[in-house]
Design a protein around this ligand. Structure first.
Ligand SMILES: N[C@@H](CCC[C@H](N)C(=O)O)C(=O)O
Length: 286
């Protein structure tokens, strides 16, 4: 029976089980299966998925992430902030700024402190991808998807799609509390127009610097927060003229706030909290 040391962490309530795969031998472990087991709140630990902090040949550390259903995600904003905090506090890195490899590419992280504890983490999430083929979404490859009619059953919505290394379908609504999250989230996430599935976000504009946000995540369902989703929603708001191109926007998620900024080099910056919930050992059932 293998015992896996773990740390449970969350970014605004979006929780993952983190395994330090630099120090723990994960050879032969079926990660998709482990993600499903460990995420189960009754028979596992309970989380939105699994994240490994692994050695990298091109960055300081590598993040490998799996959703609750065992599907692999290419990146994860809340996960990146937690990986950064864990890496710094466990001396996997020694500098306050360092690079993290993801399946969607490299990102730069910076940790900030209150006394000697990491308080918030800022990540340069890179450039948003807007062409249909980059989302990916079926249709004319080079076209952007901005406020495009999107029929789903008998409802006609207006879609803006953005990839932050993973796909996001953003729908602006008048009232976030009336958004059809549970009704349409599970349908749109598997819609065949998105060949790799999609994360589904409903967004209410409060003013040009603030928005309310709820998400149905691909592979995990409703979560308290989605970092890449908050970045994608900010870009979508700029594309639709709801937010200015410069300066920071505060995104209010169910689990708390993120500050998102698009800079003049078209890079999206995300700043927010990362917290440790528990540490322990997980008994691997194989
Ligand atoms: N919670 C995330 C995104 C996790 C991956 C996503 N469900 C996908 O499959 O693309 C975040 O904070 O960005």
């Amino acid at each position: 029976m293998q015992r896996l040391p773990f740390t449970k962490m969350h970014g605004l309530g979006n929780s993952y089980i983190y395994i330090n795969a630099i120090e723990t031998d994960m050879t032969g472990v079926d990660l998709a299966e482990l993600a499903q087991q460990i995420s189960n709140v009754n028979t596992g630990i309970g989380s939105d998925g699994l994240i490994l902090i692994a050695p990298s040949e091109i960055a300081d550390v590598k993040m490998i992430m799996y959703n609750k259903d065992g599907s692999e995600g290419k990146t994860c904003g809340n996960g990146l902030r937690c990986v950064a905090k864990y890496s710094y506090e466990n001396q996997l890195v020694t500098s306050k700024t360092f690079a993290i490899e993801t399946k969607a590419g490299l990102v730069d992280a910076e940790v900030s402190f209150i006394e000697d504890q990491v308080d918030v983490v800022t990540i340069n999430m890179g450039e948003p991808l807007l062409n249909r083929s980059q989302i990916p979404m079926l249709g004319k490859e080079q076209e952007k998807i901005v406020n495009e009619p999107f029929q789903i059953g008998d409802q006609l919505l207006q879609l803006t799609a953005v990839s932050m290394g993973n796909p996001h379908a953003i729908f602006f609504v008048e009232d976030i509390n009336a958004a059809p999250l549970y009704e349409l989230g599970p349908i749109i996430t598997n819609d065949s127009r998105f060949p790799e599935g999609v994360n589904v976000e409903f967004v209410e504009i409060v003013n040009e610097r603030e928005m309310n946000f709820r998400v149905w995540e691909r592979g995990s369902g409703v979560t308290q927060a989605c970092g890449t989703g908050a970045c994608a929603a900010t870009v979508a708001a700029i594309l639709n003229g709801y937010a200015p191109k410069n300066g920071a926007v505060t995104v209010h998620l169910d689990g708390g706030d993120l500050e998102i900024r698009l800079d003049q080099h078209n890079q999206v910056w995300m700043t927010g909290a990362a917290e440790v919930t528990a540490t322990g050992t997980y008994q691997l059932n194989r």
